[in-house]
Design a binder for this molecule. Sequence first.
Ligand code: GLA
Length: 383
Amino acid sequence: MDKSLLKEGFEKNFGTRGDIQYFFSPGRVNLIGEHIDYNGGLVFPCALSIGIYAAVGYREDKKVRLVSKNMVNKVEFTLNDIQFKEEDGWGNYPKGVIKYIQEEGYNLKGADIYLESTLPDGAGLSSSAALEVLTGYIMLYPILGDKIDRVWLSLICQRAENEFIGVNCGIMDQFSVAMGKRDHAILLDCNTLEYEYVPVDLKGYTLVIMNTNKKRELSESKYNERRYECEMALKHINDYKKIENLCYATLEDLGLLKDNLLKTRARHVITENQRVKEAIKFLKGGNIKEFGKLLVKSHESLKNDYEVTGLHLDTIVEAALKFEGCIGARMTGAGFGGCGIAIVENKLLEEFIKEVEVKYKEITNISPSFYISRIDDGVKMLF
Ligand code: GLA
């Protein structure tokens, strides 16, 4: 993104000033380990080079004004009176984060913030986590600079999403946006928050993000339903055997569950957590084909056992896998629409995109979008 465009956007909305500062916060994809974070297991996400840019002018008073090139409504509030307001829409995410940062005892300055996003909104690439982490980073920058504790920030942002917005998400999205590292994915243990950066060298292959352009309908209620089912499965297993979270159960433990639905949900969780471990081994060993095969297994499990895919994600993943140069594909994120990822031979990218587009449109009547994004750093100051 061109600095002059951000400056122009800022000045159009807030007037000219000589001390504008620029920031960037990425979106994320999860390579494998889906619906695992809230079950205390291993996830393997990475931050992207597409995300949200901000031009910021700090203020001497307590006012915060937010404008986004991608959104219609403007948001304005004062730091000592932060409340959730339906009509503020997207503006509630920054408000929640700022509220909880202040509750930690930080005395923040007001700010004028102009935003421009290269992330498709609501497509499951964590545009909300990107906005949350970006806001937190911007507001704390005058106090902490880059010394900010990023893990702490991701927990504050998760709290904002859980308690202020009311979405019961796990830690994966906020953590990846805050902690991302160029050309690396993050192997994160969601129970302990221990993590390891693993280099992602796909050899002659490229990570392609495939947007079904199907809005994620019912995703919130279905997401909460799955969380509840996992809690129930854990509770029933705990009647016989004490384990801290569902990812610590084994396939044999499934025999302890009488309810078939809970059994299939738990089977996804247990096998997916195992797949993450195998995937890391293959990636570290440079065996990209085997890594790709695990992505396919992950999708099958999310489709059949966890039931969070749906026609659009299944169609785009099937179309991708029919293409000879594609060695793995799966949905990414919460599911129920949104995006998939595919690993495709470098020299066949154009043909891949053309073919998947035609096949997907034939069945769904929707044109998909494709992004080729570098794996990149977490939130940062720019220029
Ligand atoms: C959403 C949530 C994450 C995670 C994924 C599924 O992105 O925000 O916490 O649960 O779904 O893996």
